[in-house]
Design a protein around this ligand. Sequence first.
Ligand code: COA
Length: 161
Amino acid sequence: MARRVADSRVEMTEIVMPNDANPLGTIFGGRVMQLMDIAASITCLRHARCNVVTASADSLEFRAPVHVGEAIVVRSWLNWVGRSSMEAQVEVLAENLRTGERRRTSTAFLTMVAVDEAGRPKEVSRLELESDEERLRFRQAGERREERLKLREKHRMEEAD
Ligand SMILES: CC(C)(COP(=O)(O)OP(=O)(O)OC[C@H]1O[C@@H](n2cnc3c(N)ncnc32)[C@H](O)[C@@H]1OP(=O)(O)O)[C@@H](O)C(=O)NCCC(=O)NCCS
């Protein structure tokens, strides 16, 4: 069975409240990361329809702050699906609710793995690609995955030393 990228897309919107903020009145990074992890999890849960765990998060950038009183919009979609792992791309936008102006503030790639009741990796549905853009994202994500697995191997070797 295959599921489309569109079947698991997520967009979440919240107002940034004072208890989300640092002393500068802007959202703190840990809260943004939490929202990104939640959005990516929902995307991967919609695709896999079983438990998923976060295996890695990379290329995280905080390009601009989001202020208290602004909306934070978190979008997530799948770029790539393997046997049990999935790469979700997450994009964060800040929206000034008075003017409607939106700015892109953060992006990241999260790899999630579908697991069974015992926490073992479990096969998921194939990703059906419907456009040239989706095919390009799939190819690029496949290259990033190779780099992640090399890094994982390197960390394992270092730990074994
Ligand atoms: C993620 C986890 C299930 C992988 O288990 P594992 O025994 O290493 O399994 P495998 O080596 O067979 O990897 C399973 C899949 O994950 C992928 N994977 C594992 N680690 C990865 C990493 N660091 N980056 C990218 N992909 C990774 C593998 O490539 C494989 O993909 P595929 O099935 O699509 O080919 C395991 O490491 C784990 O439980 N980690 C903790 C997760 C967690 O607690 N997250 C935070 C809270 S949710």
